[in-house]
Write a protein that binds this ligand. Structure first.
Ligand code: ADP
Length: 446
């Protein structure tokens, strides 16, 4: 649908707001997920090292004697221990569940004396790791190559409770950093792609959201144009009449004729304005504005049949009323409005039925509804026009409608009245064979 610039601009802004808010929410969610994953990973890594270090500490302390010297029993607990002063033993596979961790790639165990000199090590230790007297729980260490390590450091005492040195259990953070980098990469690539998708979705959704607004705007614009058009015709006619009359020397009879023309155009204007006012009042919440009383539809149908009988006769048509007198049909509503509604349907039927045709006004009582039909054997309405004739100012044959004084508001008002009464008005028609307009209203059971 081709839209004007104002709507495209508003749609763009709406889409930008949507995309901006969604993007921000997604970015915050991504950040939160990243932080939580990093935190969880770090915590499990730290717990693992702390428990390993704690167990080793508890197992080793009763075996330690002279500060700075490792008893051979320590080698039995950590078989791959390589002392600084002795050649390293051949690498053995350890089956102890606890010590298996120290043999995993990236793990290491180191012993330092009280001065910070390295006494022994096991596992993968990178050269150049600094000696930290205290535990570096939240600050990873870096080796000379810049690789990060997490280390838990515990002071050791010998079996007599004297300070012996330090036990340091750690692991490389290469795997951890790689894992976080993979998440960062995923977020860095995923977020812009998601934002593009959110942008496209926002543009589409903004279009869907603006559709009804755009439609009512278009209807309003069309309505204003139609009103202006309808008002222009009688006003131009009035203006032309006044211009030709002004300054001319007219007889009394001619002046009367001129005034009659002015009166006719005036009536047309007043009629049009009254119709427009009625429509807008009903659209503003009509039912609250019009008083409702009990209406006896059987009488209403008889009255209308009587009123239109002479018109039908003049048009060479048969008008038949089929009111089921045995079934009283009551509805709650505004009798004047209902009279106007059915009168409009009858007048349309008479206008659009050629001589010799029949117009039937039928009243039935359904289970919950009163059903009122106006059927004619007239020109009929094309299926594609059957909904449009209820639009304001919509006329199939403008020339004929203008001749009969119609502005295309009759059926719009009729439907508005039906809706005002919580009912409905529809049409079924076959071109060339006739139409049936059906009004349904909720029955008043009392
Ligand atoms: P108007 O007041 O100008 O007649 P309406 O809203 O009453 O306008 O009707 C809209 C259009 O519907 C009319 O222009 C007419 O062409 C068509 N129409 C209404 N009733 C009938 C009918 N019974 N048979 C055929 N056409 C109809």
């Amino acid at each position: 649908m081709k839209r004007n610039r104002l709507f495209n601009h508003s749609r763009g802004r709406l889409a930008a707001y949507y995309a901006g808010v969604m993007g921000l929410i997604l970015a915050l969610c991504g950040l939160a997920v990243y932080e939580m994953t990093a935190h969880d990973h770090w915590r499990s890594l730290d717990q693992e090292l702390t428990s390993l270090a704690g167990t080793l500490h508890d197992v080793l302390e009763p075996l330690l004697s002279e500060p700075g010297t490792l008893a051979p029993e320590v080698g039995a607990v950590i078989p791959n221990l390589c002392q600084e002063t002795q050649p390293c033993p051949a690498v053995k596979s350890v089956h102890t569940h606890l010590l298996n961790a120290s043999q995993q790639p990236g793990y290491y165990i180191r012993f330092f004396d009280l001065e910070g000199n390295l006494l022994a090590k096991a596992g993968e230790t990178a050269p150049g790791l600094p000696f930290e007297r205290l535990s570096t729980r939240y600050q990873p260490l870096r080796d000379r190559a810049g690789n990060r390590y997490h280390q838990v450091s515990l002071p050791l005492k010998n079996r007599w409770g004297q300070p012996w040195g330090y036990l340091k259990v750690g692991r490389s953070l290469t795997e951890y950093d790689g894992h976080l980098q993979a998440i960062q990469l995923f977020l860095a690539l995923g977020l812009p792609i998601t934002l593009v998708l959110v942008g496209i979705a926002s543009w589409t959704l903004a279009g869907v959201a603006m559709e009804p607004v755009y439609r009512s705007y278009e209807q309003l614009r069309q309505f204003s144009a139609d009103v202006a058009h309808e008002l222009r015709t009688p006003i131009s006619a009035l203006q032309a009449t006044v211009e030709t009359t002004l300054g001319a020397d007219h007889s009394l009879a001619e002046a009367d004729g001129t005034l009659e023309i002015i009166q006719r155009q005036n009536r047309r204007l007043i009629h049009l304005i009254q119709d427009l006012l009625l429509l807008s009042r009903m659209e503003l919440g009509g039912s609250a504005l019009t008083p409702r009383t009990l209406c006896y539809l059987n009488d209403l149908v008889n009255d209308l049949a009587e009123e239109f009988a002479s018109l039908a006769l003049a048009a060479g048509l048969t008008l038949q009323g089929e009111s089921a007198a045995s079934e009283p049909v009551w509805v709650l509503g505004n009798e004047d409005h209902l009279y106007r509604l059915v009168g409009n349907l009858l007048s349309n039927a008479l206008q659009h039925t050629p001589r010799g045709g029949t117009v039937t006004l039928r009243l039935k009582r359904g289970k919950q509804q009163a059903i009122l039909q106006v059927e004619d054997t007239g020109i009929g309405i094309d299926p594609s026009e059957q909904e449009r004739i209820f639009e304001r100012f919509y006329r199939l044959d403008s020339a004929r409608s203008r001749r009969t004084g119609g502005a295309g508001l009759g059926l719009a008002i009729a439907r508005a009245i039906a809706q005002e009464h919580d009912g409905s008005l529809g049409v079924k028609s076959q071109p060339g064979r006739g139409s049936v307009f059906t009004l349904t209203l909720p029955l008043c059971q009392s």
